[in-house]
Ligand binder design. Sequence first.
Ligand code: AP5
Ligand code: MG
Length: 218
Amino acid sequence: MRLIFLGPPGAGKGTQAEFICRDFHIKQLSTGDLLRFHRKQGTELGRKAQQYMDRGELVPDSLIIDMIKEELVKPEYKNGYLLDGFPRTIAQAEALDKLLEELNQKLDYVLILDVQTEEIVTRLTARRTCKICGKTYHLIFNPPKVDGKCDIDGGELYQRTDDNEETVRNRLAVYEKQTKPLIDFYTKKGIAYFINGQGEIEKIYKQIQEILLKTKRL
Ligand code: AP5
Ligand code: MG
């Protein structure tokens, strides 16, 4: 199974991706996580991406497309994957189409998570992320068992540099302008599914499971 997770920042893509990948035995590929890894390692890509990420702008398409091309050919993606945060522009979606053709693969689903703006600001300004594994928490809606520590590996929780209100609002504007046109792009291909991203985390996952199990393109 190969799917794309589309939705504004803070919609819950990372949160829901964890459940999907666990239950459907596929690998998550989050371009945001991958870029943060490059930053941590101090690679050239990480250094180039930093300025864009901290402003809430998109990293240039060419850098992202090269990164994806290098990643998707790895054996761990052979059984399927979930693309979280990619593609984010029409140019990236077209490059993905080309790559899928080369790899003789096709996409099964594009899941679109919808959440209102003010809820997003509340979610992201109180999000905390594990320094070791990247798992995300929310101080109120999804707190860790022990304050400041990841449930999985005990890693220290930190606040992402782009999770302040000003940058979050810019990320939302960038989403509206550059990423939203992809909804139309994938609706035309007949593989877009809409999910109400507001409400309890478990109930949202139930909606997703229903789509993935009912349409059975596993
Ligand atoms: P990226 O890391 O992809 O960030 P994003 O798209 O802004 O999405 P987030 O990770 O912020 O949100 P999410 O939907 O995963 O939500 P989460 O599950 O954590 O990208 C960061 C930057 O990298 C970009 O700005 C750009 O610069 C660059 N970049 C990345 N990909 C790129 C690309 N393809 N092209 C160009 N540049 C790229 O949930 C959010 C919070 O809400 C958490 O605290 C969570 O616990 C909580 N929560 C989740 N679900 C619920 C719920 N139902 N109710 C209450 N709270 C909830
Ligand atoms: Mg995420």
